[in-house]
Design a protein around this ligand. Structure first.
Ligand code: F6P
Length: 325
């Protein structure tokens, strides 16, 4: 197996706080091992167009604290076509790049697998998405920052909800995964949490709110994952406020959850993962993802990361329910 001498690093899919920390660790670990590093701009789109930039240790100075991604990112439809990948492999060969480190979500990993299967490109994926929806890792890069950003907003909304005796429906990100909603639902003391993994029962929610009113509750926070109900939080608000006779408001937190300076945990995990990715490639690993399991850094086949479904902790729903009475 040929020794890896030149790594390309890219970020792909939705950005996530901590991607820069992962890029920094990848670059510096590679250079420390005498391996060249090229930054690929705008993810797979840049791999196809050859938008490459040679990176040195100083190229990644002062980025560990920054949200977003200095490498830029995109969701490339072209890369999901075989022709796009063939072009990308040719660009890599021209530039002498012999392996990839890609930071992104499951779409990114599927792209890596296809590239490996068709062109034998050694690749390691780092889970970078605020959704925390990747099988094989307890945490994805960006999740911790996103939940803390959302929580800060929920706490502020609670102030105004309590002052006005209102019910707020707060929509958080997560089209297919309720991890963010579950986490901030519990930590934000929400009276209700709606997630895509569990069929929404607005009768039950309305009854619980009415029961709370009878017990003296005057304001409520209901956290709604964006994919939990067709149309998001607004239709839930319209239906429920009508039934419970409370004044309702909707607050969609949106992309604010994707930005901001990464928390210490995200920076640490991202740094660990970046280092582990390069070391894995140097040890001959291919087609794997670096994950974190029970505090340990682990390697997970990309096949598992892309085909197996991570289960969210639905016990958090029960916990939110019990602690919000
Ligand atoms: O995958 C991360 C994520 O932020 C999801 O939570 C959200 O549904 C989606 O990306 C939004 O994507 P876009 O920024 O392309 O609208």
């Amino acid at each position: 197996m040929a020794q890896v001498k030149h790594i390309g690093v890219l970020t792909s899919g939705g950005d996530a706080p901590g991607m820069n920390a992962a890029t920094r660790a990848t670059v510096r670990t590679a250079l420390a091992n005498g391996v060249r590093v090229t930054g690929i701009i705008r993810g797979f789109a840049g791999l196809i167009s050859g938008d490459f930039e040679q990176l040195q240790a100083r190229s990644v100075s002062n980025i560990i604290q920054l949200g977003g991604t200095m490498l830029k990112t995109s969701r490339s439809d072209e890369f999901y076509e075989e022709d796009g990948r063939t072009q990308a492999a040719a660009r890599m060969a021209d530039a002498g790049i012999d392996a990839l480190v890609a930071i992104g979500g499951d779409g990114t990993f599927r792209g890596l697998r296809d590239l490996y299967e068709e062109h034998g490109t050694p690749a390691v994926g780092l889970p970078g998405t605020i959704d925390n929806d990747i099988y094989g890792t307890d945490f994805t890069i960006g999740f911790d920052t996103a939940i803390n950003t959302a929580l800060e907003s929920i706490d502020k909304i609670r102030d105004t909800a309590a002052s006005h005796d209102r019910i707020f429906f707060i929509e958080v990100m997560g089209r297919k995964c309720g991890a963010i909603a579950l986490e901030v639902g519990v930590s934000g003391g929400a009276e209700g949490v709606l997630v895509p993994e569990v069929p929404v029962d607005l009768d039950k929610l309305s009854e619980a709110i009415i029961e709370g009113k009878e017990q003296g509750k005057t304001s409520y926070i209901i956290v709604v994952a964006e994919g939990a109900y067709e149309g998001g939080a607004q239709p839930v608000c319209d239906i429920v406020t009508d039934r419970v006779s409370l004044e309702g408001r909707v607050s969609v937190l949106g992309h604010v959850q994707r930005g901001g300076s990464p928390t210490s945990s995200d920076r640490r995990r991202a740094s660990r993962m970046g280092r582990a990715a390069v070391e894995a490639l140097l040890e001959g690993e291919r087609d794997v993802m670096v994950g974190v399991s029970c505090g340990e850094t682990v390697l997970v086949p990309l096949e598992d990361a892309t085909t197996k479904k991570k289960r969210v902790d639905l016990d958090l729903l029960k916990l939110a329910e019990i602690t919000a009475t």
